[in-house]
Design a protein. Structure first.
Length: 113
């Protein structure tokens, strides 16, 4: 059985910016580190506590790091982002679907100024 670890994450972005929100993801398999990019990733940004609804999830993508890690990412902002957030604090959720597994976790917070 694979073991997923999403986050932790805390970041800040200006409401006028269009930027990627990036969340660290680690996949451990019985044979060692795995490639999480085999799964589909979506992210949700909630202004209040509670669980994301179907319409809250925004398409994400994968970015590898220079040291061999992986980031789940979603472009946000007014210039082509998946959504535009107004100033405030948001709870960030990540969902990875890989075969029979669907992993959903609140991974941290995003402050929009």
């Amino acid at each position: 059985m694979d073991r997923w670890r999403l986050g932790p994450f805390r970041d800040q972005v200006d409401a006028l910016s269009t930027a990627y929100v990036q969340v660290p993801v680690i996949l451990t398999t019985p044979t060692g580190p795995g490639d999480p990019s085999v799964g589909t990733v979506t992210l949700a940004f909630l202004a209040s506590t509670g669980k994301p609804q179907v319409s809250d999830w925004k398409s994400g993508s994968w970015q590898s790091t220079a040291i061999g890690g992986w980031l789940a990412q979603c472009l946000i902002g007014p210039s082509g982002g998946a959504l535009t957030l107004t100033p405030g604090m948001y709870y960030v959720w990540a969902k990875v679907v890989d075969g029979a597994e669907t992993v959903i976790e609140q991974v941290g917070t995003l402050e929009v100024t």
